[in-house]
Design a protein around this ligand. Structure first.
Ligand SMILES: C[S@@+](CC[C@H](N)C(=O)[O-])C[C@H]1O[C@@H](n2cnc3c(N)ncnc32)[C@H](O)[C@@H]1O
Ligand code: SF4
Length: 469
């Protein structure tokens, strides 16, 4: 058995160039890699959902819970995740519907049959809930789901309006990790991206929250925004250090879909975002900066200042862990099926009111899903380990992929060791493209025509998404 290199091309191999970091591929097209899947017909979804959630299954699988808050007070120009403008009434009504869904989903036999190791409240902007709602949400999670003793419970959001009162109530509700989107500290960059608050305000808030040492404070930084030159990015990284925040994600800006930035650039109102080669240089700068300051690298784009930051959700949700989705626009996967909830707020609210299913889309994951998940974990960590890849029909998956790995090695994207594939800096920058190519290479071993490729597994941020990210 062999993967068929003839079915692949330079978009999988990368071109041969003396500068693979900047030029191996054209550009990053999708935020996440994903495998093949087969849509479940709408009339069959309820039955399948009942099947996969009524059985108590083997407890060895780790589980995550993803709860989506689909509101933001202001839409950032670069963002592909925006769903609804927040108003108190909309948020309050949604919150009550969410509590109802939590109650219903927590009563499923499947839910009570195993432990949840990570919970992520993502958005949108979960910190646009009120302080009381944040505490009630935390209490509802603790009261409804079997959580592991070291369960990581993350609240995502922004520092704007994240008051001391909200922090205290979040801690009282059992949240033990906070992830704030900063994107850039630079005021000009922030204003042009329609971020709330100027540099000093954000710097001070991240610093004061971090100084409490109550819980890990993590920030997201983007690279490649309009006005964000390499010098500005360098200052962003120094600012991260100065705040004392416990961890940082560095995300390459990828603007697509309906994000307002493209239109603004077209009209000449703001300069264009960085080109891909420029973003590659920024990534290189970021990696070297972290190295210089001996900050521990947890994955190709996430760094931790101390051992308290574990980034459990991000690593688990990308693996074979099952993810129970809750809320409008949430996505996840259970029992070999991918699930995506209604994205329209109205449809979601009506479904909850009428006791109907919240699932808008369901797919049966393909036969390679376990291998794909293991590949994604490996690529995301920067090292693909032979021992971590499940066998494909009795053959060693690492061996099967070796012809592709050899091409990448000749193009400066990886270093191939006997049992390990180690990404170079260039490979780390192009990680999603490499993971996707490996998955597609494995697909050449399956019958080609039955399934449809779907790119990402986690909605919005991390499920059919997320997946932050
Ligand atoms: C779904 S957002 C939620 C964060 C929060 N609402 C905020 O405003 O910071 C999660 C993260 O996705 C990242 N993100 C958003 N738009 C992006 C884009 N166009 N390209 C790359 N990353 C993006 C940002 O770093 C952001 O912090
Ligand atoms: S970056 Fe955050 S606040 Fe801004 S539009 Fe996206 S989800 Fe909303």
């Amino acid at each position: 058995m062999k993967i068929d290199l003839n079915q692949l091309n330079d978009s999988h191999f990368g071109i041969s160039t003396p500068d693979p970091l900047r030029f191996a591929f054209n550009k990053k097209s999708s935020p996440h890699a994903g495998g093949m899947s087969e849509p479940v017909k709408s009339e069959d979804r309820a039955k399948v959902f009942q099947q996969i959630t009524s059985n108590a299954v083997a407890k060895s699988h780790k589980r995550c819970l993803y709860i989506h808050i689909p509101f933001c007070r202001v839409r950032c120009t670069f963002c592909n995740f925006f769903q609804n403008a927040a108003s108190r009434k909309l948020v309050d009504d949604y919150f009550e519907a969410l509590l109802l869904e939590i109650k219903l989903k927590s009563q499923l036999e499947w839910t009570q049959s195993g432990l949840f190791h990570a919970v992520y409240i993502g958005g949108g902007t979960p910190t646009d809930l009120s302080p009381d709602q944040v505490e009630r949400l935390g209490n509802a999670i603790h009261g409804s789901f079997p959580l592991s003793t070291d369960c990581e419970i993350t609240l995502e959001g922004r520092t704007n309006r994240f008051t001391d009162e909200m922090f205290e109530k979040a801690l009282a509700g059992g949240f033990n990790r906070f992830s704030f989107g900063v994107q850039s500290f630079n005021t000009q960059v922030r204003r042009s991206a329609k971020r709330l608050d100027d540099r000093e305000v954000v710097l001070e808030r991240v610093a004061s929250l971090s100084a409490t040492d109550e819980a890990p404070i993590i920030i997201d930084l983007l690279y490649g925004l309009p006005y964000q030159t390499l010098e500005v990015f360098e200052q962003d990284l120094s600012d991260f250090m100065a705040t004392g925040a416990h961890g940082v994600d560095l995300y390459q800006l990828v603007v697509g879909g309906t994000a307002p930035m493209l239109n603004m650039v077209e009209k000449g109102r703001i300069p264009p975002p960085a080109t891909t080669p420029d973003k590659a240089s920024m990534y290189e700068f970021g990696v070297n900066f972290m190295r210089k300051h001996h900050i521990k690298q947890l994955s190709v784009n996430h760094w931790a200042r101390d051992n308290r930051e574990r980034s459990q959700y991000n690593s688990l949700a990308k693996t074979y862990a099952e993810v129970l989705p809750i809320g409008c626009g949430a996505g996840g996967n259970i029992g070999g099926y991918g699930l995506m909830h209604h994205r329209s707020l109205e449809t979601y609210m009506t479904a909850i009111k009428n006791g109907d299913s919240t699932v808008a889309m369901m797919v049966k994951q393909g036969p390679n899903e376990f291998i794909n998940a293991a590949l994604k974990v490996g690529f995301d960590s920067g090292v693909v380990r032979r021992s971590e890849l499940p066998a494909f029909k009795g053959s060693d998956t690492f061996d099967l992929l070796t012809p592709l790995f050899q091409v990448w090695q000749s193009r400066g994207l990886v270093e191939l060791e006997r049992d390990y594939l180690v990404l170079t800096l260039a490979g780390s920058f192009w990680v999603v493209t490499l993971a996707q190519s490996a998955i597609e290479a494995m697909n050449t071993l399956n019958k080609p025509n039955v399934m449809h490729s779907h790119k990402s597994q986690h909605s919005d941020n991390k499920s059919f998404a997320k997946v932050a990210r």
